[in-house]
Ligand binder design. Structure first.
Ligand SMILES: [Zn+2]
Length: 132
């Protein structure tokens, strides 16, 4: 019987942009381009299908933070609109760039732990070496 893959560990490894299986190898080459396989343990990462989920969750988090920030600043100081724009546009941009890779990594970790898409060794197309 196959060993169950630890979801929490895979999620945290993904948040660190590390391989969900070994936690050592990098999963991205460049900014968010996923490597074909882990350079440490050889796990094939090209099976991932994060697709539009990483930008969706990034926008969900960033916009909740930015909108609550805009409303709070408006309630406390009522600044001119251009002041709000100067404050929150860079914050939203910076947060989006910083959050996108770890969120994408975490989603890949979840896909690996839950054996989604090509990460299931019992389905055709799986060619990665055994993780156990
Ligand atoms: Zn690895």
């Amino acid at each position: 019987m196959r060993q169950e893959r630890p979801l929490g560990t895979a999620f945290v490894n993904g948040l660190k942009c590390k391989c969900p299986a070994c936690g050592e190898g990098k999963i991205f080459k460049g900014y968010i381009k996923v490597r074909h396989s882990c350079d440490h343990c050889g796990l094939e990462l090209h099976h991932q299908r994060a697709d539009d989920a990483p930008p969706y969750f990034t926008m969900l988090i960033v916009l909740h933070f930015v909108v609550s920030g805009i409303l709070t600043v408006e309630q406390l100081y009522s600044p001119a609109n251009w002041v709000q724009l100067v404050i929150w546009m860079p914050v939203a941009t910076l947060m989006s760039f910083l959050l996108l890779p770890p969120i994408k990594g975490a989603l890949i970790g979840i896909q690996w732990a839950k054996e989604m898409h090509g990460f299931n060794p019992e389905k055709d197309g799986y060619t990665a070496q055994q993780i156990d």
